[in-house]
Design a protein around this ligand. Sequence first.
Ligand code: PRX
Length: 633
Amino acid sequence: MHSETFTIGLGNNNTAVRKEASEDYVAFWAREAQKLTWFKKWNKILQWDPPFARWFVGGTINASYNALDVHQNRQKIAILWEGENEDRKVITYGQLHDHVQRFSNALKSAGVGKGDRVTIYLPMVPELIVAMLSCARIGAIHTVIFSGFSASSIKDRVVDSKSKVIITADGGYRRGSIVKLKDTVDSAIDGLNFVEKVVVLKRAGNQITLGNKDIMWDDFVKNATDKCDAEQLPSEHPLYILYTSGTTGKPKGVLHDTGGYLTHINSTFRWAFDIKESDIYFCTADIGWVTGHSYVAYGPLICGATMVMYEGAPDYPTPARMWDILQRYRVTIFYTTPTALRMFMKFGDAIPNSYDLSSLRLLGTVGEPINPEVWKWYYKTIGKSRCPIIDTWWQTETGGMMLSPLPGLETIPLKPGSAAFAIPGVDIAVVDENGSEVPPDTKGYLIIRKPWPGMLLSLWGDDEKYRTVYWSKYKDCYYTGDYSIKDSDGYFWLLGRADDVLKVAGHRIGTAELESSLVSHRSISEAAVCGVPDAVKGEVIIAFVVPKEGVKVTDELRAEIIKAVRDDIGAIATPQQLYFVSKLPKTRSGKIMRRLLKAIASNEKIGDVSTLEDGAAVNEVQAAFDDLKKQMG
Ligand code: PRX
């Protein structure tokens, strides 16, 4: 662990908040909830029937109302949008409000009502936010799918959520090419009769075919008025489903409520980012992931902030793109990922040094562990040793930040590579297999011991899985699936996943999902994947496959299989390397020994292999890795 500390804050030292939170976390969160606008106050703060929590029971609220109607200054800029192709738009809170009301009315006319699911598959354009807030306004549940996902991934999600409307675009820009989103949706929903309508935004102008379910966005809203009252929804009304990878073959639909989630986002956004009226906030996350939901769409808008929203790749058309954006919009708060930072760092200091980054006052990272060297580079080269860095740990399931320095609240010494402490009102611990807290500086499992407002309601349509995935390892405690250490100063250090989930460029992807895609290829009988450390992406995917009898192993076949996985799941799932082996290392009971694959991949000692069925399999895997290392130099 890194011992150097950096004591740099923003002058805030509000000790009362932590004190209140530690005295009575339930009452504390009720006080935080009052910072939102409620139509009707709750009569019960928390109903906790483990593992199901309901926050602010009896209260009614609306997310779109809190993001738009509550703001008095309609002239204030909400979104400074920049397309990858340099298209630009400035949207005020007033305009956003009008767009949302109009789109809400159009959705209603299309028969969308409370509780209906709407799938959104759009690039990073302001209309994505309009679509989400419109769903929220009328009580429909949005389910946003990252625009890099494939047709079959969309299909799985649309089928699981039974969405009756899909909102997409003709295409989106990525690294100068047009990604044909509408065509992908067409193949995804072929034969899905329950999908009634597809609304298509014109973005890239590529050729599309309109079928009888399809309607262009402009036609969809043509006759709608821009007055639509927000529905008064129960606090526990679902706001959205967001699919995320886990240890099972199919992604899980993480379901979030409204009142608890908004409370968590509102408070963490203010504590972490110290948001001020004049700030220009820029979070680089795509709304297809949870960071984009919580800290692009909802967080900044409920706090009335001005944000930059960028459509494309961070290094397109040049590695200076981000710094150009920061300089041009005078960004004050910048929130990005370790993968992006590692990539920028690789391009060298000269590029950021030639831009004026003096507007920055606060930096953040999210999604994966940040190496201390990268943290320090971020601090010195980008922040010019003036800006605190917040390393925020959280998950799709937690809804919002759970561990992070909070410069909007207090000044603490920052330790590069550590996510510091739990946010107020949250109880997190590092425990051993039996659930006992481990001594300082000892690796253990990260768990959450009390319910928190942003927590998921359940998994969509699968309470049982919700119970087993998160609540079965430790009684009434939420299992995060992460390893962590708490040092003797009480700082948390995240050590990666303890389960079969990979983090590739900060994106979560399950080994089971990859393996089931691999074995669906006609020439493969068995597959095992694992992650190996990568200097930029954190981890990359390595696949081992056993070909079926009689299959001729060639480089063409290897390329074909890699492409098949990519087409099946999406580009983020592309294996970096794929090896053909005649057997996989398995236990006598037939389970793949992933621990062993991981150990070999990370150059660690293999340890006890007495349960291994056939030692020769290890030699084969080891030889494959040696070969890989040689290739990578
Ligand atoms: O392993 C942890 C890692 O990302 C996982 C959650 O992934 P996802 O649901 O996609 O959400 C990512 C954005 C919040 C966690 O279980 N992770 C997230 N933030 C950090 C992190 N690992 C280390 N440090 C972080 N700051």
